[in-house]
Design a binder for this molecule. Structure first.
Ligand code: NAD
Ligand code: IPM
Ligand code: MN
Length: 322
């Protein structure tokens, strides 16, 4: 029995995740789904956005389908998303950005760097410790190398070693591991890389980088495919895996049935791939392409289809081609 934890979270999570779930149900009626409630709504009701009980529930699932969480307005706020990534040790954040002519996979370190959580804030000075470790760097670059080998491609290492000592360590470990593995590789400063990725996307394959740089780079790279409504992600560890759109809860458009559900549906496809259903995953991508080619588009892509209408069309296409 395959069990899937479903976290809608907040905002447009309530609109796009039910569609992604229906896609999974259409292909795998045998999957067992259970909801886990975390986030802003949970904080409003209980004063706690995510307790140990919810973390433990997530750990019982074979995979987690996740929407997005609005940052709750609390003092000493600890991000729910970061808490879950750390508690489940989801160290590899895979963010594919793919269209005709290019196929980029951003591999973002997901547990340390500027997201170490080691912080101090006073009235006149605040600090955040950027922690880069050998263990953290080795395991993320080794994941990136395995993916590069599977795609017979090239690895690009994104860093800021000209300024940050922590990135000298990250870069040197990545360069060493890439040489030992014998993959084709290069390295670039992250600022130049961000522009070059937009100007020459076809030159890139797998890009490995540290936590905050990967966060920013993946939003930037979403521009290449039409925006945040389209880019999915996988958060993978040795024991657990969570699949979520790159975008957030989008409070500016929430509740209006205009959010693009493609990023969430593609995240469900990545979940299928993780569970070994490659055909299901590619079938979902084909169904999305079919619906787009029929001119059914949400407003962010210049169309007038609603979130639900787009979702129904994808499921129709999936069932038809099964
Ligand atoms: P956002 O990604 O929610 O939205 C940025 C912009 O993109 C908005 O204009 C939004 O309308 C648009 N957008 C996002 N997803 C879209 C979609 N599917 N279809 C059409 N348009 C879409 O980022 P933000 O506004 O900076 O953050 C909002 C909240 O989300 C914050 O509380 C933030 O902390 C949170 N957040 C959560 C996650 C997560 O849970 N993984 C990720 C990012 C941001
Ligand atoms: C993302 C988000 C998160 C991040 C936030 C919500 C903690 O922006 O998943 O890209 O910074 O990783
Ligand atoms: Mn982000």
């Amino acid at each position: 029995m395959t069990t899937i934890a479903v976290v809608e979270g907040d905002g447009i999570g309530h609109e796009v995740i039910p569609i992604a779930r229906k896609v999974l149900e259409a292909l795998h009626p045998e999957f067992e789904f259970f909801p886990v409630d975390v986030g802003y709504g949970m904080w409003e009701r209980t004063g706690c956005p995510c307790a140990d009980k919810e973390i433990n529930a997530l750990k019982t699932a074979d995979a987690i389908l996740f929407g997005a969480i609005t940052t709750p307005p609390m003092k000493d706020y600890q991000s729910v998303v970061l808490r879950i990534r750390k508690a489940l040790d989801l160290y590899a954040n895979l963010r594919p950005v793919k269209a005709e002519g290019f196929d980029i996979l951003i591999v973002r370190e997901n547990t340390e760097g500027l997201y170490s959580g080691i912080e101090e804030s006073g009235p006149d000075r605040a600090t955040t410790l950027r922690v880069v470790t050998r263990k953290g760097s080795e395991r993320i670059v080794r994941s990136a190398i395995r993916l590069t080998q599977r795609r017979s491609g090239r690895l690009t290492i994104g860093h800021k070693a000209n300024v940050l000592k922590s990135d000298v360590l990250f870069r040197d470990i990545c360069l060493h591991e890439a040489r030992v593995a014998g993959v084709t590789f290069n390295d670039k400063y992250i600022d130049a890389l961000a522009l070059d990725l937009l100007q020459h996307p076809a030159l890139y394959d797998v890009v490995v980088t540290t936590n905050i740089f990967g966060d920013i780079l993946s939003d930037v790279a979403s521009y290449l495919v039409g925006g945040l409504g389209l880019t999915p992600s996988a958060n993978i560890g040795d024991r657990y895996a969570l699949f979520e759109p790159v975008h957030g809860s989008a409070p500016d458009i929430a509740g209006r049935n205009i959010a693009n559900p493609i990023a969430a549906i593609r995240s469900a496809a990545m979940l299928l791939d993780y569970l070994g259903d490659r055909d299901g995953a590619s079938g979902v991508e084909i169904a999305i392409g079919t619906v787009i080619s029929q001119g059914i588009l949400t407003p962010d892509l210049g169309g007038s289809a609603g979130t639900r209408e787009f979702g129904k069309a994808v499921i129709r296409s999936l069932i038809k081609n099964r």
